[in-house]
Design a protein around this ligand. Structure first.
Ligand SMILES: Nc1ncnc2c1ncn2[C@@H]1O[C@H](COP(=O)(O)OP(=O)(O)O)[C@@H](O)[C@H]1O
Ligand SMILES: [Mg+2]
Length: 180
């Protein structure tokens, strides 16, 4: 990888002048910034596929992407007859799934997670479950936001935007389930 080669060059060679070494380190910094920027951009951009392909293929992409870097086995299930939802609803559900999987990866120590989308006549429901370590639920999700934990609070906020309800079920040792 480019950044690793620059790193090796900056730290390895003795014949390099101090000026050049500083310059290399600067290039290395810039390279890292670009890598992070691209990663963020690709995560933010992904919903472009949402408009074109719809929620389910985009969730499939998300699941395989997260599975690849986390090693967690992630399945996407569909119940009921699949249909397109409004652009806004699809985006909210995608973002909630994205944030929920981020939590599974960061906190749950899970080996498996499932995303289930259920289509009823006039409702749609998405559930993200994991078989990880679970946690004690706070009295209100908003309470955690004060400690800078904005993930669940943000999910709740997003759910409200589309007249949805967020439910979080968890218990230490029991895994976690998030439903909108
Ligand atoms: N899937 C999960 N498994 C275990 N713990 C979780 C899970 N999701 C959330 N948590 C717990 O709930 C807390 C709040 O989550 P969140 O609001 O997303 O904030 P953050 O991820 O920034 O800590 C986490 O710090 C973690 O302790
Ligand atoms: Mg989080």
């Amino acid at each position: 990888m480019l950044s690793r080669q620059l790193d090796a060059l900056a730290s390895g060679s003795k014949e390099i002048s101090e000026d050049n070494r500083l310059h290399l380190e600067e290039l290395w910094q810039q390279t890292n910034n670009i890598i992070q920027g691209v990663r963020r951009l690709s995560q933010d951009l992904r919903p472009a596929a949402l408009g074109r392909l719809g929620l389910l293929p985009t969730l499939e992409w998300l699941a395989s992407d997260v599975a690849e870097y986390s090693g967690i086995g992630i399945k996407v299930n569909i119940l009921g007859s699949e249909r397109r939802l409004t652009e806004e609803v699809e985006l909210v559900l995608f973002r909630i799934a994205q944030e929920a999987l981020r939590n599974v990866w960061r906190h749950a120590q899970a080996t498996k997670a499932d995303i289930t989308v259920q289509f009823d006549k006039d409702k749609a429901r998405i559930t993200i479950t994991d078989n990880g370590k679970g946690f004690s639920l706070p009295q209100a999700i908003g309470d955690q936001a004060k400690d800078g934990k904005l993930g669940l609070a943000g999910m709740q906020e997003r759910a409200r935007l589309i007249d949805g309800t967020l439910t979080v079920q968890s218990q230490p040792g029991e895994g976690t389930s998030i439903t909108v």
